[in-house]
Design a protein around this ligand. Structure first.
Ligand code: UD1
Length: 352
């Protein structure tokens, strides 16, 4: 285990697993902004320490970090011995749907196994406050939209199943009789819709390894000329223009949703609660392409391709529960998401 050094501080420490990743790095910035001190654990399997250095550029202070795998209980125990965390935010995990069908065991080991180790070490240190990075993927193919938190959950691939398994495990932990719990678990599951955009400094953003799987990074790489054209996966869905509709949410809004959830943990008491983090609005693939062209001033050539297996027509959130109970709602619109995505892509054509 290697670590960076830190100055003494009285701010509450928050453990951020996977804090060097796309969402985790933006959450670190918002934690600093809200007066917390993020402490990052990351194995850099799909992220770079440079992201944390740039968080330091933005905030005037970089997160303390430990290069560590979550499946290393000894190393994790050392981190918990060094800090008294006010809460844990758990982002670390693998997230490529296609890859998860090729190497399911690795996905379960990392996503499920890593969470089990984390929870065991938390319990051993009397730590019970956890915010888990879940996904709208747990709704499977929803019967209707918008989707609220009471919709049934299901999974269609090992990635989605790993998220759902973790949700179920955390629910079971929190539902155990109080007398049998080592610590009374206080857990929030955050179900993300489609995070896009970047911090407005243009210094941190999404940095996918290889060819992007997700729409926005792909469109951005076409706009900058790294990829020749976008394949639009299907134009015969029952949507506004036949292409898939999703609820794209600015990653800074998403990060602020975590800070709201963190504050909510203090008052919520024991239990396990789930919240959608989305805008409540859906846009089609072609609407996204047009918006990106406007923001970037670049052409995004595309062709219509067959549907991608496992894709659904429409997915967007009912985000009322987070507004009512966490006092959070998304602020940034589509134009701002695209401007910030383009600033990041054009300033960092090869990522970090
Ligand atoms: C995907 C995952 C989901 C995961 C989420 C966040 C799948 C089937 N689902 O969601 O489990 O939680 O990412 O990482 O992979 N599209 C194109 N061309 C492209 C890429 C995407 O037309 O090159 C379309 C898709 O068909 C979809 C929309 O763009 O309609 C968004 O796709 P994507 O960004 O991959 O997100 P999801 O499929 O919603």
């Amino acid at each position: 285990m290697s670590s960076s050094s830190s100055a003494p501080t009285t701010r509450p420490d928050v453990l951020v697993t996977g804090g060097a990743g796309y969402i985790g790095s933006h959450v670190c910035v918002e934690l600093f902004n809200a007066g917390y001190r993020p402490v990052v654990v990351d194995n850099f399997s799909n992220s770079k320490p440079e992201a944390l250095r740039r968080v330091g550029e933005i905030c005037g202070e970089a997160p303390v970090f430990y290069e560590l795998d979550l499946n290393d209980p000894k190393g994790l125990t050392e981190v918990f011995a060094r800090h008294s965390f006010s809460a844990v935010m758990h982002f670390a995990g693998l997230k490529a749907v296609g890859e998860s069908s090729r190497i399911p065991l690795t996905y379960y080991r990392e996503n499920v196994g890593g969470t089990l180790t984390l929870c065991e070490v938390m319990a051993a240190h009397g730590q019970s406050r956890l915010i888990f990075s879940s996904s709208a993927t747990v709704y499977g193919d929803p019967a209707s939209v918008p989707i609220d938190e009471r919709f049934p959950t299901s999974a269609t691939n090992p990635y989605g199943r790993s998220k759902l398994m973790v949700e179920d495990i955390l629910q079971d932990m929190a539902a155990a009789p109080a007398a049998d719990q080592v610590v009374p678990w206080n857990i929030t599951l955050l179900r993300y819709f489609n995070p896009v955009g970047a911090h407005d400094s243009g210094r941190i953003g999404e940095d996918p390894a290889g060819i992007p799987n997700n729409l926005l990074p792909y469109v951005a790489q076409v706009a900058i000329g790294k990829l020749p054209e976008l394949s639009v996966f299907g134009d015969d869905y029952d949507t506004v223009d036949g292409t898939g509709v999703r609820d794209y949410i600015h990653v800074v809004d998403l990060a602020r949703g975590h800070v709201a959830a963190l504050k909510g943990l203090s008052t919520a008491g024991a239990g396990c609660r789930a919240y959608n983090l989305g805008t409540g609005r859906g846009y089609s693939v072609l609407q996204m392409v047009a918006a990106f062209e406007r923001a970037s001033g670049r052409k995004v050539p595309y062709r219509i391709a067959p549907r991608r297996p496992g894709d659904i027509a429409s997915c967007y959130a009912n985000a009322d529960l987070a507004r009512r109970e966490l006092g959070w709602s998304a602020e940034f619109g589509l134009e701002r998401m695209m401007e910030d995505a383009w600033r990041w892509q054009s300033g960092n054509p090869n990522g970090y």
